[in-house]
Design a protein around this ligand. Sequence first.
Ligand code: EPZ
Length: 421
Amino acid sequence: MDSILVTGNSALNGVIPVAGSKNACLTLMPATLLSEEPLTLTNAPQLSDIRTMGALLESLGTEVNSLQGGKVIVLDTRAISTHTADYDIVRKMRASILVLGPMLARGGHAVVSLPGGCAIGARPVDLHLRGLEVLGAELDLRDGYVHAKASGGLKGATFEFPFVSVGATENVLMAATLAKGTTVLKNAAREPEIVDLAECLIKMGAQIEGHGTSMLTIQGVDSLQGATHPVVPDRIELGTYMLAPAICGGKINFTGGCRALVGAFADKLEEVGISIEESNTGLVVERKDNRVTAVDVTTEPYPGFPTDLQAQMMALLCTAEGTSVLEETIFENRFMHAPELMRMGAQIDVSGGTAKVTGVDQLKSAPVMATDLRASVSLILAALAAEGETVVSRVYHLDRGYERVEEKLSACGARIERISG
Ligand code: EPZ
C-alpha cells in the first residue's frame, strides 16, 4: 500500500491547474445510460473513482473509451446489455447507485446492489428510492439488491425531498428526463454538480428548468440524443489546494478556478486573513500575515460551507490563533481526521457533531493514517505545515479524488513524495 512522505514547513508559491470535478463526472457518466447515442465528456479528472464508474458502466454494456490520458471519456450505450449493477463494483463506490434512475428510465427495469455502510456515516439511499417510487417505480429490496420496475414507463409527478440530498436529486432528475409528463422536484440540491448535470442533460435534449434553485421542473421527452460536455472544475479540489498557501504561507494561482464555485468557503478564508483575488486565468490565493485567526464553521448544503472541505479547513484551524468551533451537519461521523491531527500536536475536542479546535504555534510530524478521501488530504495539508517528516499511510483514499497530488504540490515547492509499497 502506498504512503506519502511530506517534509513540512516551507512556503508554497506557483501555479496549480484545477481539474474537472470528480463528483460532477461521477453523475455525468451514468447519464449515458439514458441515450442510445454517445456522450463525450471533456475535462474529466484522472482518478480511480472515475475508472470504477467506467468499469460499472462497461459491465452494463456501455462502450467506454478513454482518450487523451483520461481527460476525454467517450461513453456509448447503444443497448444496455444487463440491467444488474453487481455488489462487487457498487460496494467500492457509493456513487454507483446513480445508475439506477437512468437504467430504469430507459429500459423499464434495473437491479442495483445497495451500497452498504461508509466510513463517514450510514448514508442510506432511501430518498433516491422514494423519489423513483413517486415517479411510478415498483421497488423490491431482496438479497441486498434493489429490484426496480416501471412496466408502463415512469410518469411525471411532484416530489418534495424532506431534506437536501445531492445524489437523490441527481438520480431522480435523470429518471424524470424520460418520464411521461411533468416532474417537479422541490427542496432539490443546488450544488454546481447538479447544475452541470442539468446542462449536460439539456444538451442531450432534456427539458429542465430551475437548475441552481431548489425547485426543478422537468418535462419528460421520448428519447435523448448524444452530446459533448466539459466537466465543471472541481470546487473541492480547488478549495483543498487554496488551503495550501493558507496553511504554509506563500501565493498560488489556481488556473481554471473561480470564486463562484467556492463562495462560502472563500468568505471563511478571507475572514481568517487570507487574500483571494480573481485573475485573468483563475484565482490567486496568498497568506500575507504570519498566522491565520480562528473562525467558526458550520457545514451546510450548497451554497453553504461544504462538508467536503471541513477536514481540510480543520487542518488550517489547528494552526490558527484562538479557538474555532466546527459543526458538521451533513454526515454523522466525519471527524475521523481529528485524532490523527492530534497525533501531530493539534488541540481538538470532539463532542458529537461539534469539534472545538484551539490553534497551536506549530504542528509536529508523526506517522498518521488516512481514513477517507478528505481526511487523507487534510493530513497532507497538516504535514505540509508541520515541522519534520510526516508519513501519511493508506493513501489509496487520496487517489480516489485527487489526481497527481505530489506533482501539483511539488510544482509549488512542497517537499512531497510517494513511497510505493
Ligand atoms: C455527495 O454525496 C458527494 N458524493 C459527497 O462527496 C458529498 O459529501 C455529499 O454529496 C454532500 O455534499 C458524490 O457526489 C459522488 P447526500 P451524496 O445525498 O449524494 C443523507 C466526497 O468526499 N441521505 O447529499 O451521497 C446522507 O446520509 C464525498 O467527495 C439520506 O439519509 O450525499 C447525508 O447525511 C463524500 N438518504 C445527507 O443525506 C438518502 O437517500 C446528504 O447526503 C440520501 C442521503
